[in-house]
Design a protein around this ligand. Structure first.
Ligand code: FES
Length: 170
């Protein structure tokens, strides 16, 4: 890229984020701010697009491979837009010991996606969350604003089918 191209570069990240990244770049060990920058980008846009990750790399002065490496390593970063139904798995202690990992596996199997992904029809996305404060109902899954408690892996297909049916009915 020539100096001229650099001067012409138009970023799609909003001005506030660009200003924050410039501020980080001016500090010592600017690359150590990468996770914080990615959190802010995700909070603003809901996920980390390829374009935004490229812009973060340029603005922060770190290799694009480092940005995508960090974004894919941490499960709390999303690389796709969220689904209409955001399924959040509680992995707090109570839910974990009461079988949350098996619940997560049941959703993954039923939907054919991994945590951090969105189904092709844009309906479901999966993510991990912290304790939701309703440990007595463990294991708990929140789907948008609704809490589903005392789940078993066997109950998951019917739960998903119920949502799909509701969607089809419009
Ligand atoms: S540990 Fe899951 S709701 Fe508290």
């Amino acid at each position: 890229m020539s100096a001229h191209d650099t001067a012409e570069r138009q970023y799609t990240l909003d001005r506030e984020l660009q200003a924050y990244i410039s501020e980080c770049r001016g500090k010592e060990h600017s690359e150590s701010f990468l996770i914080s920058v990615l959190h802010k980008v995700q909070a603003r846009y809901g996920y980390l697009s390829q374009e935004h990750m490229q812009e973060v790399a340029e603005l922060l002065g770190v290799p694009a491979s480092t940005v995508s490496g960090v974004a894919t390593f941490y499960h709390f970063f999303r690389l796709q837009p969220q689904g209409k139904y955001k399924v959040s798995f509680c992995l707090g202690t109570a839910c974990y010991v009461k079988g949350a990992p098996a619940i997560i596996d049941a959703f993954k199997e039923e939907l054919g996606i991994d945590v951090g992904e969105t189904t092709k029809d844009g309906l479901f996305s999966l993510e991990i969350t912290r304790c939701l404060g309703v440990c007595g109902l463990a294991p708990v899954v929140m789907i948008n604003e609704t809490v589903h408690g005392k789940l078993t892996p066997a109950s998951i297909p019917a739960l998903i089918a119920g949502i799909r049916k509701k969607e089809e009915a419009g």
